[in-house]
Design a protein around this ligand. Structure first.
Ligand code: F6R
Length: 239
């Protein structure tokens, strides 16, 4: 079931998302599924602020990130590993051994290893953004609903959307990523999806009101028992 929360702007989305995140973090020993990109930055800032005020701790938190680019050095500033260190991990008391991200190598065994690792945990809260084409994680349209962690060829639209992180030069954007699959994401106890801006409006409409179809990967969330979607006015334009 999808619970929809509409708020005014990015700041309000981050604020509301933090309330939900905090309820989970208050349980202390938790496993979080985390996302990168523009959408969660404001939420991560609030998590760091709250940690600095001694309201929350990450000591007993384990994290699994959704995805990582293939072939991009982990130390590259735009690797998702660097993103997470910059925006969250280096700023809180998380135990480095409890941080998990998909590996950036092209061997398919690395996908199986990540899935094995995940199968020993249940994600209490999975944070998601959504692509303008309806992707979640990097599960592009056409991805099987049964998919587990796998290597993905990024769509042209995703490469274009992400060029802003690579000097607006599409030739610098990696063309592949390793991503949790849709079936992996669906195993999470609770899912929180956040989206802002008008270029997400169609994807948000299709996810909530469209047919459940692999053409809109996020539509699979209609089949999950506990999903909260927080959107700003622009992303909510069509609903
Ligand atoms: C990121 C991820 C992607 C993004 C999506 C939206 O880890 O899995 O699905 O959440 O592409 O990206 P932003 O937030 O940059 O618009």
């Amino acid at each position: 079931m999808i619970k929809l929360i509409k708020v005014k702007n990015y700041n309000e989305v981050s604020k509301k998302a933090f309330e939900i995140m905090k309820e989970v973090l208050d349980k202390k020993t938790v496993t979080l599924g985390l996302a990168t990109g523009s959408s969660p930055i404001g939420l991560y800032e609030r998590m760091v602020d709250s940690y600095n005020k001694n309201e929350i701790s990450f000591k007993d938190v384990t994290t699994f990130n959704l995805d990582e680019y293939i072939g991009l050095d982990v130390n590259h500033p735009e690797s998702y590993s660097s993103f997470m260190n910059r925006n969250l991990f280096s700023k809180v008391d998380i135990n480095k051994n409890n941080i998990n991200l998909p590996k950036n190598g092209s061997d398919s065994k690395l996908s199986e290893e990540y899935e094995d690792l995940l199968s020993n945990h249940q994600i209490d809260l999975q944070l998601l953004g959504i692509g303008s084409n309806g992707h979640i994680g990097f599960n592009e349209p056409g991805t099987s609903f049964d998919s587990l962690t796998h290597i993905v060829d990024l769509n042209e639209s995703t490469i274009q959307d992400n060029a802003r992180f690579f000097d607006n030069d599409i030739s610098k954007v990696p063309t592949q990523a390793r991503s949790m699959g849709l079936a992996t994401i669906m195993k999470s106890k609770k899912i929180l999806l956040i989206a802002t801006s008008e270029n997400k409006a169609q994807a948000i409409y299709d996810m909530i009101h469209g047919e459940v179809t692999i053409d809109c990967p996020a539509s699979i969330l209609q089949n999950h028992p506990d999903v909260t979607v927080i959107v700003d006015e622009d992303a909510a334009k069509l609903i």
